[in-house]
Design a protein around this ligand. Structure first.
Ligand code: SF4
Length: 441
């Protein structure tokens, strides 16, 4: 390494938005200590791979990323969910510099310091006050808790990340405020179970501005809604207290959008999955929410081919989807994950049937999504601009979360800026996206 130049680290971030927040924290700390980010592995002094261990396919991707880093660079630090069970990684790559689990920021930094000492006398003000974000400047993920108190049978996240640990409300709000002051226009509130926020703290109050705020889902959402940015709630379970938050959506304080990972609809399958809030009458609740807030967009994920899922369970799911009119859906074929209790369940479904069901679900959902989107033709929607093109720019309406939902493609008589929020007239819809013209700035 050239001692005069700043040490360079190449970073690979895999997995969910929660892992991305961990990556941002590590990078923020490294930048504070004078490290630079390299664009490529071979120009870097070392590589950090933040892995995902949720599904076997994610583990495979993580191992692949480690392999690439070893081949291109050779000095590799592994962290993240897959690092919580290091045996498989060690067996494949015995010469890694270190392996740590999720949220072990200090251990990652120690490993970096050992292999690549920071330059003497780093300037702490290298880091902008809001930290370094891997997401574009106009939106940011806000992690409100770590871990999960649920024990869904297909999931090993509680084993990897432990029980729910919520951040005090005041701390979350200060981070959110800093982000908004730094130009962030949209805050994406994430955690494993967002609606369980604060349970572990017994909803304790913490100071914020001239008052105290309870660590409660509703109270936090309400205060976040006062900061002047779009607030999008992700990974929410349909617990009864979510009803109160719909009121904040009606008032325009938080976006009329909920990402609820239902995973299934059949009571028998949900029972086997040990899903939270499985007993609640969700269809009736969704109906009430929509009456209260007609703009509400629902996004969800579903697993097909879960052990014991019968043809009639699957038919129930399709019918439920039709009635619930879920706007956006991600579907996964069930995969056994090492350490998950669902592996021992009877009635494993063949790959062929899983694929058939997956195709049937996606086809049905495409029709529902298209129908829901079509209703927007002729309306005016606010759109946040993500990418500016020479003739057409790409953005998202309040109904679209970045990276997972659809887009709005817009033409405009004046050039647009990334992060700008405009009013658009919607002229056309296809299965996932909208198209229109800017009608107001
Ligand atoms: S709610 Fe269930 S699926 Fe989600 S992290 Fe907790 S245990 Fe896993």
């Amino acid at each position: 390494m050239n001692q005069a130049a700043a040490p360079k680290v190449s970073f690979v971030s895999l997995g969910c938005p929660k892992a991305l927040v961990d990556s941002e924290r590590i990078i923020t700390r490294l930048r504070a200590e004078g490290y630079e980010l390299a664009r490529k592995h071979d120009g870097a002094d070392l590589v950090i791979v933040n892995t995902c261990g949720f599904l076997d396919s994610a583990k495979k991707e993580s191992l692949g990323a480690i392999g690439e880093a070893m081949a291109a660079n050779g000095k590799v630090i592994v962290t993240g969910c897959m690092g919580a069970e290091p045996e498989q990684i060690e067996a494949a790559y015995p010469n890694l510099l270190s392996i740590t689990g999720p949220q072990q920021y200090e251990s990652v930094l120690d490993a970096v310091h050992r292999a690549l000492p920071p330059l003497h006398n780093p300037h702490l003000d290298l880091v902008p006050a809001q930290g370094i974000k891997l997401t574009p400047r106009h939106y940011a993920y806000l992690k409100i808790s770590e871990g999960c108190n649920n024990r869904c049978s297909f999931c090993i996240i509680p084993k990897l990340r432990g029980d729910l640990v919520s951040r005090p409300a005041g701390e979350v709000l200060r981070e959110a405020e800093k982000l908004v002051k730094a130009g962030v226009k949209e805050l994406l509130v994430v955690s494993q179970d967002t609606s369980a926020y604060g349970v572990d703290l017994k909803y304790a109050e913490s100071p914020w501005q001239d008052r105290s705020v309870r660590a409660r889902f509703y109270d936090l959402a309400k205060e976040l809604g006062e900061l002047g940015a779009w607030v999008r709630l992700q990974y929410v379970y349909p617990y009864p207290h979510v009803d109160e938050v719909i009121e904040l959506m009606t008032q325009g304080k938080v976006l009329p959008y909920l990402d609820i990972p239902f995973q299934h609809a059949s009571p028998d399958v949900l029972k086997q999955m040990k899903r939270p809030a499985a007993q609640d009458k969700t269809l009736a609740r969704i109906k009430r929410w929509r009456e209260q807030c007609p703009e509400l967009t629902l996004r969800s994920t579903f697993i097909v081919g879960f052990p014991g899922e019968t043809d009639s369970d699957f038919a129930y799911l399709l019918d439920w989807l039709e009635q619930a009119e879920i706007d956006r859906v991600g579907a996964f074929k069930y995969e056994a994950v090492r350490g998950a209790t669902s592996n021992a369940l009877q009635g494993q479904v063949s790959d062929e049937v899983k694929t058939e069901r997956w195709n049937a679900l996606m086809a049905r959902q495409q029709k529902i999504s298209a129908r829901r989107l079509k209703r927007k033709v002729g309306t005016r929607q606010q759109v946040i601009i993500d990418e500016v093109g020479p003739t057409v720019s790409k953005g998202r309406s309040k109904a679209d979360a970045p990276q997972i939902d659809g887009s709005v493609y817009l033409t405009s008589r004046r050039p647009l800026r990334v992060g700008e929020i405009v009013t658009a007239k919607i002229e056309r819809a296809d299965a996932y996206d909208l198209h229109g013209t800017v009608a107001g700035f």
